[in-house]
Design a protein around this ligand. Structure first.
Ligand code: GLA
Length: 732
């Protein structure tokens, strides 16, 4: 199995990777290897002990100047130990100084996977994963750190988390806790990360590491549009198909911090965890603190394999929704169709047209509750505005169900408008400093989710609406970042706990919601993809990828998203042209092809479409439904990148057995005297023959070998942003 322990050497094997730690004679837990799968060799022979000067020697080393944590690779480095690099823990154990020093105490191995109280975490049956727990103890005090390792052999995934335990009789003050550390004896690597902004999330960026600290963080209280809590470290020559790379995904939806430090001896340290910019936690005697989980994966055959490791691991062992294996409804959302300007009849018009086109669900977006005809008021008042709808929610959903559609609804439960009955009654529910004018965002305030009574109010309203009508889907939105956040429920010196307590409050509501309505399809959203992280995926099998629905910008956004997250989690809709975000005009066909890259739907007034558009939409819905299994469960390959290829972007889904595949192509530029372009399939059976169709028309038969090595010729684009779609399947 995956975990071998011998002589204080802990070797974790997955199918393609090996990870090793060793407890040395000073009882320090060293990290000795992570990379391509090998045997159980004790890699500590690679460590060089030297007196490097100005490197501290821990008490156990006495005058042994060649022993310093300043250059030794470790599993969980702490501040104050004479290691001056970025660390995992800053803790005041009662002296007033941050004075922790951790040594090995004990270990245990379990079948299956550990859980993290109150936090999302990957799960597993007893034969899918194994857990190693290593317990470290402070050299002087009864303060313990439990390091957890979940080993998923099949996916080349190792998860990590740390749990702090105060077994002393004093308060322990934590001001930084990272979930994981990876030390490597090399640093000639690139870091890949995904940055962005509202309506332009997860842009791929690759930069070389340098001496010093490369860091990414979100201080916004959410994982954010600006940086995604996922990075890749790779060899310089790694590309989609070859080379070593390591992925790190943090399963957390609040602010995060990720640092990669190249030190004085050219070693690399990577740490990842909760944003520590104003974090403080008071750990009382007898209490535990759970860090969020990090999911690491290694590939020695490029980014494509690394992404598939994550896609498979997240699809099978992170997304817990009843919907993860089910065909998702093709939906129409009324946001870009009507914004706040709708009534029940308008929604029914859209629903009728949706049914004719073969769609499955209507989602009623913002504006159905309280006083909410603009985004200046109403948040918190989760009471149906029957006057606006012209009927009750039950009447509306009954009529939509009679038409033959399911019904879904938008909520933004974490927010409160100052112009709302809730705020007039409970101004203290909002996060804001006493006697100060609040910092607003989208003219709204954030609810204090760290407080039980606030969470109870949200649940009471959510459940009341859910129970009042046949609601099968919720879009859970969150439309601002936290700022000047202050909770009246926490004493002044404990305000540093607020942001993490907020996230725990959010998770507790999501947990209860899904336990109460296990068949609910929950779609995550935060101004589009501002909280697109693996923590939210635990609850939401799909997340609205971006408020930008322009097909061409979506090529970039969905490209970046695909590195960590399965494509079935990427919610993508066809919208009108000129596009509402950037004014671009693209063919209806191309908008369909781009939206089918993820979980498909429409976001326009279907009743205003032209007859030609209706024919195309009907075909798109049929195509998506017909090939759903391939799109949801097939292996995903990035064939041509929108960053490197100016002329076209392409992506592929291939059935895991190689029986069928598809490649979608979107042309992003046109030229006089056009040059020929080709795409090459991946993941086919070389010696079998495939029928090849382009845009539904049969165009020939080729062997897998030919399609993978020679490829296939693309048609000449006929208009700006033209596109085409290949589908191949084994010849009978
Ligand atoms: C956010 C979402 C949109 C829409 C609006 C409604 O911006 O991302 O899809 O729901 O809120 O206000």
């Amino acid at each position: 199995m995956g975990i071998n322990i011998n002589n204080n050497i802990f070797t974790l094997h997955t199918l393609g990777s090996t990870y090793q730690m060793k407890v040395d004679e000073k009882k320090i837990l060293l990290h000795t290897y992570y990379g391509k799968r090998t045997d159980d060799t004790d890699y500590s022979y690679l460590l060089e002990m030297a007196d490097r000067g100005f490197s501290g020697n821990i008490p156990q080393a006495k005058d042994e100047r060649t022993y310093s944590l300043d250059f030794l690779p470790q599993e969980f480095p702490v501040w104050g130990s004479g290691d001056y690099r970025v660390n995992c823990l800053v803790a005041d154990l009662g002296s007033g100084a941050n004075d922790c020093l951790l040594v090995f105490d004990r270990y245990a191995v379990y079948k299956g996977k550990y859980e993290l109280q109150g936090l999302p975490a990957m799960f597993a049956s007893e034969d899918e994963a194994e857990t190693l727990e290593i317990v470290l103890k402070d050299y002087h005090e009864n303060f313990y750190v439990h390091l957890y390792y979940g080993v998923y052999e099949k996916y080349d995934v190792i998860t990590r988390a740390a749990v702090l335990e105060n077994n002393t009789d004093k308060e322990i003050k934590i001001s930084r806790i990272m979930s994981s550390c990876l030390d490597m004896n090399r640093s000639d690597m690139d870091m890949i990360h995904f940055h962005g902004r509202h309506a332009n999330e997860r842009e791929f960026e690759r930069t070389p590491l340098f001496h010093g600290i490369s860091e990414l963080r979100s201080t916004r209280g959410t994982s954010s549009h600006q940086h995604n809590p996922f990075i890749i470290l790779s060899d310089k020559n790694t590309d989609e198909n070859i080379g070593d790379c390591y992925g790190f995904s943090l399963l957390y939806s609040g602010g995060f911090h990720m640092q990669a430090e190249v030190d004085q001896t050219n070693q690399l340290r990577v740490v990842m965890g909760i944003d520590d910019s104003d974090f403080k936690w008071s750990l009382q005697p007898g209490e535990l603190f759970y860090s969020p989980e990090v999911c690491m994966s290694y590939s020695n055959s490029g980014f494509s394999k690394l992404s598939r490791n994550y896609h498979d691991a997240f699809l099978n062992n992170l997304i817990r929704s009843a919907w993860k294996d089910k065909q998702r409804p093709v939906l129409v959302n009324n946001w870009e169709a009507t914004y706040f300007d709708f009534d029940g009849n308008k929604l029914l018009d859209i629903a009728k047209e949706a049914k004719t086109l073969g769609l499955d669900m209507l989602v009623l977006d913002d504006g159905w509750f309280g006083k909410r005809d603009s985004d200046y008021s109403g948040l918190g008042d989760w009471y149906v505005n029957e006057k606006k709808l012209g009927c009750s929610l039950r009447e509306l959903t009954d009529r939509i169900n009679e038409i033959g559609l399911k019904f879904g609804i938008w909520f933004e439960p974490e927010m409160i408008s100052e112009d709302s009955d809730l705020y007039r009654e409970h101004p203290d529910f909002a996060l804001k400093l006493p006697d100060r004018e609040p910092v607003r965002g989208r003219s709204q305030l954030v609810l204090d989710m760290s407080r039980k009574e606030v969470c109870d109010y949200i649940k009471e309203r959510l459940f009341a609406i859910m129970d009042s009508a046949n609601i099968e889907y919720i879009k859970w939105d969150m439309n601002r970042s936290l700022a000047a956040a202050y909770s009246i429920a926490l004493p002044g010196e404990r305000q540093g706990e607020l942001r993490h307590r907020y996230v725990l409050g959010l998770y507790s509501i999501l947990e209860e919601l899904l336990n109460r309505y296990p068949n609910l399809l929950l779609e995550g959203c935060s101004g589009g993809g501002g909280r697109f992280d693996a923590g939210m995926l635990y609850y939401c099998p799909q997340i609205w990828c971006s408020d930008n629905t322009d097909a061409i910008e979506r090529l970039h956004i969905q490209y970046g998203t695909s590195f960590a997250y399965p494509m079935s989690s990427v919610s993508a809709h066809v919208s009108v042209c000129p596009n509402h975000q950037n004014g671009r005009v693209t063919p209806f066909k191309t908008r369909g092809i781009c939206a089918m890259q993820g979980t498909f739907g429409y976001e326009l007034d279907l009743s205003k479409m032209t007859e030609d558009e209706k024919i195309l939409a009907k075909e798109q819905v049929e195509t998506f439904k017909k090939h759903y299994k391939l799109f949801q469960f097939g292996d995903y390959y990035r064939i041509e990148s929108p960053i490197e290829n100016r002329d076209f972007t392409a992506w592929e889904y291939a059935d895991k057995n190689g029986t069928e595949a598809s490649i979608s192509v979107v042309f992003t530029d046109m030229h006089g005297n056009h040059l020929p372009h080709f795409v090459k399939f991946k993941g086919l059976l070389s010696d079998r023959k495939y029928n090849v169709c382009r845009d539904g028309e049969f165009v020939g038969v080729h062997t897998g070998a030919a399609l993978m090595n020679g490829g296939i010729l693309l048609p000449v684009p006929k208009e700006n942003y033209d596109s085409c779609w290949f589908y191949i399947c084994l010849e009978e």
